[in-house]
Design a protein. Structure first.
Length: 399
């Protein structure tokens, strides 16, 4: 068997042309792999067939929807991970699961090389190649767009010359990446960061300004895992899908931001992640109710670092793994129910209920039934403020 290249295949122009282009450049056979992470859109059997018609020796589709939800989206939810405090890591989370399937395919088909369709300017090239290096350090990575200067014009020329079964005019004005956790849209008129996104940009969410009666949903968590919606048991995948529809109908989870890419560029991205943002709103509030104060405060730094590592392509890294251990401990008591109101672009918590709750009505109340001994507060304040009092006295003495 001649050496082979496994290509991460999307069915679009770039990766379709890449099949023949890689074969030409390397003299190797190309195996196309499409990974279903809930991106929807075109039927994946059609995509598979297209890969074969474009010259792939083998093509297959891996259904990774549940795996992606359970092993990638769920850890992000249990961390309440938001890059720069805003972005729920939509694309960043899907790369490691795609990498796993590419490596498995490379082993199965005796490939020594893995190829992807990324440019040389983004984060995703880093995520693919660092991920592959971490799982299979013996494999070589290539990126035709970046390494063989496969520009869009040249790709169209190639497709027409080789008579490839792709509609070269079907070009979206945006660059879009989507999966069940959300959708990322960039380029086109959005590159002028003063331009506001038009409704056309969105597909997972409806206009939050449309007047609509509010929706109310109760999410049940067990140790940080969403297990039921309105009392009906759900898998993680079902929870995200259902909330994408319900929160999406109210325009929840639209994000417009300028973000710091790993390669040093600031870029403008528009995201929509209705299910993810509704779940994070609910989960983070249940953390507030059930997690001891210092554990909860420290989670803030863990959350930020975790998001940076995942954004920066270090999913399979020792620090990320270690932080996952903290997140497991954090979520041990995170069981109970959160009620969310979905309306006008927001998912707002309106109720919490948990057997693990640390909220004690009798300590918190200002009404009768108060068990908090207020006389203890005075001594506590004297000692708590002692260091600053001593320092202030010294400063006074020194003028
Ligand atoms: N900037 C985001 C990230 O690095 C999304 C990139 C996805 N690509 C796209 N074509 N919008 O995670």
């Amino acid at each position: 068997m001649s050496q082979r290249v496994v290509l991460a295949y999307s069915g679009g122009l770039d990766t379709s042309v890449a099949i023949g282009w890689i074969a030409q450049e390397t003299g190797k056979e190309v195996v196309a792999v499409a990974v279903d992470v809930g991106q929807g859109g075109e039927d994946l059997d059609v995509i598979r067939q297209r890969a074969l018609e474009c010259g792939a020796v083998e093509a297959y589709v891996a259904d990774a929807r549940d795996e992606f939800a359970d092993e990638y989206c769920l850890p992000a939810l249990r961390t309440d991970a938001l890059y720069m405090g805003i972005y729920p890591l939509v694309s960043a989370l899907s790369r490691p699961v795609i990498v796993k399937h590419l490596v498995a395919a490379a082993r199965l088909h005796g490939a020594d090389t893995v190829a992807h369709g990324c440019t040389g300017k983004g984060n995703d090239q880093v995520r693919f190649e660092v991920g592959i290096g971490a799982l299979a350090p013996d494999l070589t990575c290539i990126a035709p767009v970046r390494d063989y200067a496969m520009t869009r014009d040249k790709a169209i020329e190639f497709a027409e010359r080789e008579n490839l079964p792709i509609d070269v005019n079907k070009k979206s004005p945006y660059s879009i990446d989507q999966n069940v956790w959300g959708r990322a849209v960039e380029t086109g008129f959005l590159e002028d960061i003063w331009n506001g996104p038009i409704e056309d940009v969105y597909s997972y969410t409806q206009n939050p300004a449309d007047p609509k009666p509010a929706d109310e949903v109760v999410i049940t968590f067990e140790q940080g895992v969403p297990v039921a919606l309105d009392g009906k048991p759900v898998t993680m995948l079902e929870a995200i899908e259902a909330l994408n529809v319900r929160a999406g109908a109210h325009g929840v989870g639209r994000i417009d931001m300028v973000e710091d890419r790993l390669v040093g560029i600031k870029s403008r991205e528009v995201y929509e992640a209705p299910g993810a943002m509704a779940l994070i709103a609910a989960h983070s509030e249940l953390v507030n109710v059930t997690v001891e104060r210092d554990m909860a405060r420290f989670a803030g730094s863990v959350r930020q670092r975790w998001a940076e590592l995942v954004y920066d392509g270090l999913w399979f890294s020792p620090l990320k793994r270690a932080l996952d251990g903290y997140i497991d401990d954090l979520n041990a008591p995170v069981s109970g129910e959160i009620r969310l109101v979905l309306q006008g672009g927001r998912a707002v918590v309106s109720g919490r209920r948990s057997a693990e709750s640390l909220y004690d009505f009798h300590l918190a109340t200002y009404d009768t039934g108060d068990t908090f001994d207020q006389s203890l507060a005075k001594g506590f304040i004297d000692l708590w403020g002692l260091p600053s009092k001593l320092a202030a006295k010294r400063d006074q003495r020194n003028g």
